[in-house]
Design a protein around this ligand. Structure first.
Ligand SMILES: [Zn+2]
Length: 380
């Protein structure tokens, strides 16, 4: 079987869509106008991703406020916030360029998603001619909605976590029921959990173990056969062409990450300073049997933060190198991250989100072609 290749999920939203979102928050753009822009952007995303030759596509998350907040709010500006949430939650991440992203704060229960990923997927599938995947958010990210130390009166942390696990399971099941070929779980907070940033109180509290246990509570509800097509994405963040935890050594993260019983992992790697070392770590820590499924390592061969388009030959060479450390039947390729996990993203290093979109499709084309070349060279 040739080496599989898969994107993470998101694409930059066109300028016109970002303007419509701002107008919707300001009350000058109607819901119908916004939906029209989202429809057009989803259609364009799927058509252009299929044109890259990619065996699997997404709608580029063009309807989502962000990879993390889609279940909770219609826009990053806070329009359409779900019940029992206030806008002033904790920072989920402070990025190296100084900007931050904030989560809502839970004020009571029961916790329920307002939007499931499948609500978007159902609209995407009829636009595609081949398999469609869907990304969902990890319970470990949404666990940060609950105040860090305080207890919410009448809604204990344990009650919240039980509701959260139910909702995350439902989010994944609905994707498969809608026809998703694969579902990957965004787990950017895993690596960030190993930082200790005094400006961001939830980091530096050794929460990685709790995160892994919580995510396994969801994964354990799926059969081995189902988990073959359930992945985990890890990265050091990717927003406004900036990261939040690239300084955390993979050697600290990987043993815990591979303790999650998922069938595949989408792993940022193209932007790592020493990729060969990480390939070796992946070979060492990934498991051939994770409670009934082999863990396939999709290594990042494309850096969505960098406007330079990688060549197919570079992609090929990295995969051939990775195959020296990772069994080829457990090797895949991916992008380091989504191309724009947050809906409002001006992609400063690219000049504009529209330019970044064009570059994203060129990069995906190089990944697909380079992966084909690597399969040829490795004889798989
Ligand atoms: Zn990512």
């Amino acid at each position: 079987m040739p080496i599989p290749t898969e994107n993470v999920g998101s694409l930059p939203r066109p300028t016109t869509l970002q303007q419509a979102l701002a107008g919707y928050d300001a009350g000058t753009t109607s819901r119908e106008e916004l939906t029209r822009e989202q429809d057009a952007a989803c259609r364009d995303s799927i058509e252009r991703m299929e044109a890259t030759g990619s065996p699997m596509v997404t709608d580029g998350e063009q309807r989502a406020s962000s990879f993390a907040t889609y279940p909770l709010t219609d826009t990053l500006g806070g329009t359409g916030l779900a019940d029992h949430l206030a806008a002033d939650g904790q920072y989920f991440a402070i990025f190296t360029d100084g900007h931050h992203r904030q989560l809502p704060r839970l004020t009571g229960g029961p916790f329920r998603y307002k939007t499931y990923a499948a609500d978007y997927l159902e609209q995407a599938i009829p636009l595609a001619t081949g398999p469609v995947k869907q990304a969902v958010i990890a319970p470990s990210m949404l666990a940060l909605l609950y105040p860090l130390d305080a207890e919410i009166e009448g809604y204990s942390r344990e009650e919240f976590l039980a509701d959260l696990v139910d909702e995350c399971e439902k989010d994944i099941r609905k994707c498969f029921e809608a026809g998703a070929a694969r579902v990957s779980i965004d787990f950017t907070e895993g690596r960030l959990a190993l930082r200790n940033d005094p400006a961001n109180p939830w980091t530096g509290r050794n929460m990685l173990g709790e995160f892994v246990d919580l995510n396994n509570r969801v994964l354990d509800r799926f059969s081995a056969d189902e988990r073959r097509d359930i992945g985990i994405h890890t990265c050091p963040g990717g927003d406004m062409d900036s990261t939040h935890s690239a300084d955390v050594d993979y050697a600290e993260l990987l043993p815990a990450m591979f303790a999650m019983n998922a069938g595949y992992f989408l792993i940022q790697l193209a932007s790592e300073p020493d990729r060969e070392r990480v390939y070796r770590l992946l070979g060492e820590h990934s498991r051939a049997d994770a409670n009934g499924v082999p863990q396939v390592c999709f290594v990042g061969v494309i850096n969505p933060q960098d406007p330079r388009v990688e060549t197919a030959e570079e992609v090929r060479d990295q995969l051939v190198l990775a195959a020296q450390s990772i069994p080829v039947e457990r090797l895949g390729s991916t992008d380091d991250c989504g191309f724009s996990p947050f809906s409002i993203d001006i992609k400063p290093k690219h000049g504009s989100p529209d330019v970044a979109r064009d570059i994203a499709f060129q990069k995906i084309t190089a990944r697909v072609e380079g992966t084909r070349l690597a399969s040829e060279e490795l004889g798989v």
